[in-house]
Design a protein around this ligand. Sequence first.
Ligand code: ZN
Length: 339
Amino acid sequence: MASANELLRDALILQAVLLQHLQRGHLNRLDALFTTQARQVIRGAFGVGDLAGQTFPAGTGAQVIAEIMGRYGALIGQAKLDMITAAQEAAAAEVAWWNAGAGLPDELVALLPWESVDTSILAGIGELETLGLTPAEWATKTAGDFMRQGNLQLQQAAGLGETMAAAAARIVSLNEKLGRVGAERMARTVFSGATGRVGNEWKRRNADMVSGWVWLATLDDRTCQVCGARDGTRWKTTAGPDIPAHARCRCVREPILKSWRQLGVDIDEIPPDWRSSMDGIKADPINYDGWLRGTSKANQISALGKARWDVWNSMGRPPMRRFVDGDRILSLEDLIGGG
Ligand SMILES: [Zn+2]
């Protein structure tokens, strides 16, 4: 039978999909907040129709900028509340999942010394810092980026003497560019922090079942080189770098469970080690390096960028740890020896 660890890995992959659905709900709400609502804000502030053909700074420029920035500011309160709710929902879903046996068959969980996570952990999740920011601070930061960029765009429109319609179009396109990206960055980071906190607590409580953890990166072209280099690395239960490693990080800590016999269950195990990747299920043990070498050239270039791909290829396709120094992705100059 598969090892306890393999069963848990399968279950973690399914859980990640379920969490993504939950996360998408928040992402869509935030996106709507910054994109759709912001568009209405602009329509209101620019007074589409009468003013559209007028030159933007004609008397009303500073006033319109102040108006737009004021309305954006009002959205921050909603975004903060939604991020706190997102962290709480993600953590609650994760607690419920671990406490129901993490998707493992009930009859197996009954044989194991499985300890539940105390729901009191949920009380502090709304204030939990991820990469140094609480959920509310992530919302403030994202909205702040928006407002800075928006202000800049409007100052430019004023400086160039554009029409009101052209200035409005700048803001709409900024929303389209930053809305989804900003929403995704904060939703994913806050989710990762909240679920990671619960997972760590489960590992702490189940230390006699867990021998350590393995860094699991997503095997696709969006994974960064720092996370790619760490994929598959193993750590003691309380050691190792934090996840998320950066904003929008999709990595997870996979607990390494002891063997069935070490866990006190008298069954044999065969290790059908596989990983799910953007190229479909892989039959052999694989990590990011193996995935990258085996995927199409187009995926490789999409993952690394063309210049970096050239260097990687000319170096004989070495493991990603050659391309990073801790949290830092080495520059091309670093890689080709200061040339
Ligand atoms: Zn990552």
